[in-house]
Unconditional design. Sequence first.
Length: 618
Amino acid sequence: MPARERFACAAGDDDAFDYIVVGSGAGGGPLAANLARTGFRVLLLEAGGDEDSYDYQVPAFHARASEDPRYAWNFFVRHYADDDRQRRDDKFRPEQGGVLYPRAATLGGCTAHNAMILVYPHNSDWDGIAELTGDDSWRAETMRRYFERLERCEYDDRDPAARHGYRGWLTTNVVDPKIALKDAFVLRLVKGAVRESLRTLGNPITRLFGKLRTDLDPNDWRTVKDDVEGVCMTPLTTDRGRRVGSREYVQAVAAACPGNLVVRTHTLVTRVLLDDDNRATGVECLAGAHLYRADPGADSGDDSEPVRFNARREVILCAGAFNTPQLLKLSGIGPRAELERHGIPLRVDLPGVGENLQDRYEVTVVNRMRGNFLLMQDMQYRPPAPGEEPDPQFREWLDGKGPYTSNGAVVALLKRSTADKPEPDLFLFGLLGSFRGYYPGYSRDIAQGEDHFTWAVLKAHTHNRAGCVRLRSADPRDVPDIDFHYFNEGTDGGDDLAAVVEGVETVRRMADRAGDVIAEEIYPGREVADRAAVEAFIRDNAWGHHASCSCRMGPAGDAMAVVDSRFRVFGCSGLRVVDASVFPRIPGFFIVSAVYMISEKAADVIVEDAGVAARADA
């Protein structure tokens, strides 16, 4: 359906920008599009360009996309302040002073390079915000309608009880399980996971074909409401075998509403402009490509063009958990002592800016198979070079079929780490190839693992609140200092570590049940056997990639809160934050679904505060 028909737009005012949205990822892109559809004139600013490469389009190439120099922002973060502890991690790069944390600078933000997994948050995530802020509009029952509004589900049987959405802008699918299960090795591994699920959870689901696509749906409202455990598929944001996300929605609305939505790429916002009353009036920017020093193509010079844009109504920061606190601080909004140290005039003393940084803990267990996966036979895991014959899987993908339509995950398990947990807190999933976390060149190693299988352990609802984002300097091109202060350097009290240990033990049991097709465990290796050794392995090698909570939401009396329940920055007017940084507690399991949902909610809140009628489909 043409964009003009699918996304109806109210007429806008061409004289000025009503709203400036900074960042085009899961928070900013949909928010800008929704405000434009309501009739406002919106400027969407993106530091990167707009890449439409095969690395972007092909789901199986997501690891390549995260290292694509055209739109990679390579942060190097600390897990520990202690140098000796940090060096125990093989992923640590002393020359960069940290561990690689891939981010994306392109239209669509990190939705342009993520693994496209869309798993619904826990209801406790929303109810917790409602209780913390006293704002019942955050209740889980109400928040579900935002998911229904944004989703365009193409994989279930449209049972109303599932509460999926079918007319939204974000297409969701699951890969046909028959693709993977044609491979005998994959079939054995999936059966091992199912048997372990039956043994430990009493899960009655044993079918591997037919209605598997909907019976094991983690986004079904009944699964969410009842906190169900068990084997599940992994819903993806794909359409006809191609990645979709924030970028496609922005492009569609910009085409349908050209007077309402203006997208400016290669524009690095350097600070928010505030008047004498601390009202946000616009932003100051540098125009040019590859300006930010997380960009592998950035240089040390500064010959960029300074630009200012004015907002008639509001400025909305959607730059993510690292860059939003950096921008606030560069604008004079943040902890007094830190700003004074860098010579930045203080406008609002907000000590919570850049604090409370949270993330998941993730580790993997990698097995070498007794032969190559049939699925990966002749697979090159890259687009063909000019004049080169594409591999068979790429030819299939061009028709929307085959293993390249998948992100590589073939089975997943929702599990409680202990029986007394109120909801599942472990997401365990198996994927083709060898994956040990993020380091320069990791995407190449994944592609070379045609006889490797990786079990990934992801711990939701971590308890560590000790992470921080601090300015390195007052130069807006510099990357901030980021330290997550893992495990006992932080505040988790040992609960997170125990949960990840249970995850490792579970995936090892699943591997044991497929032992006839597995040659050996190569990472961490079965010599890492007793509990103390497993704990040490996890402490030394865990990582995350869902940074959040660094500008957390809270009530007005909370000294460490940065925004209120309507996304407004305390101490300012006309300034909001709508991205992963606003969560008080990291939502489970894959954060992009929660960010998409708060983006939809923020659009409603902003329209309501503006005194304008909502769209008919809102």
